[in-house]
Design a protein around this ligand. Sequence first.
Ligand code: EPU
Length: 421
Amino acid sequence: MDKIIIQGGYRLKGEVDVSGSKNAVLPIMAAALLSEEESVITNVPSLWDVHTMVKILRSLGAKAILENGCLKAKPGKNLKPLAPYKLVKTMRASVCVLGPLLARLGEAEVSLPGGCAIGPRPIDLHLKGLEALNAEINIEHGYVKIKAKKKLRGAEIYLGGGYGSSVLATDNVMMAATLAQGRTVIENAACEPEVVDLARFLRKMGAKITGEGSPRIEIEGVRRLHGAEHQVIPDRIEAGTFLYAAAITGGDVLVRKMEPSHLNAVIDKLHQAGVRVDKFKNSARVRKNGRLKPVEITTLPYPAFPTDLQAQAMALATVTPGISVITEKIYPNRFMHVPELGRMGAKVFLEGPSAIVHGVKKLSGAPVMASDLRASAALVLAGLVAQGATEVQRVYHLDRGYENLEQKLTSLGAVIRREKE
Ligand code: EPU
């Protein structure tokens, strides 16, 4: 297992390019299954999760080749309906093949994803939505078995529960509805940019979709979809991670190939924290702007502050004078970075879904353990500003979601290297 070693105390300076979005490309790859024909997807980041999805497509019988950020996927006529545990257990997003397989084949058998380091992540909403499209669902031997009763039929679906909306449930239902008979209305749909990107790809494949980006998406089913070409949107979470990396080191960084409007809530919180961020068309420049100030942040569905940047925002709060309060409303247990930040000298107290962060003058480098993707990113950020060396172990979490992170940080002046353990 690799580890990353960061020598703290260097201000980041320069320009960095953001890769294609992990959370946009994964459902788009699954959506390619909706047609027999070849789809060509570009700006695909080389990440573990993407390679896992390539394996899933192949195990379903599709041809899939990923080279230089370009994925060619040709599902052909002979798809299989089974996504096995061996692959699904390594990546929860595999569940988004459920909708496309059901729509193409009238049936699907997908392993339940199982445990997740950021807390319980049920798929009841996915199943509720697909059931409403006239499918029958059984859970047997750890697998979801789903079958269209006759043909999938469009329906009006309220896709909600006690929490906000669900990104991948919206994706699954939207994908299945593209080939259902008649009209589907998804109420309480997720509004995330990744859902919008998926809808755009589906429309290029011939789907009839309106309303994406709002809580009401309408889909008029069509008989068949064809292959399409699509360029994936930039990864707003990677972009946000670089904004925080620059802020925590008091640096001056131009983050390029990003979409600033996808990060309005985050940039607003950085301004409140006393960090200057100038937005341009496809880039944003972060600069130190005097003393850091404490903030209150609550994570919520888009367009509010994203849960996937909560840990990185906490890293900044740990070295901000005063008391910051960070409340996690999407995954109330997503605080595994807290004890690890504590090992570096951070003072963070958990009160239910809130973290009360008392800013300290200095963090000190220490060996720490990554537990999930974004927690790992937060530990790297803390390492950039800590005194001495920080060793982040279990780096495979980072490889799931950040393309060339060490190289990109090195190009900005960070002193960071990877070592085999
Ligand atoms: N939820 C349910 N039932 C469901 C589905 C969701 O209770 O059937 C709950 C979840 O437990 C959670 C909330 O609804 O409390 C929102 O979860 P959502 O379904 O929106 O999450 P997701 O679609 O499974 C995607 C991202 C996550 C990101 C969340 C929230 C992908 C592949 N994953 O997951 O990304 O945190 O949306 O924005 O798109 C990451 O990249 O590090 C990551 C975890």
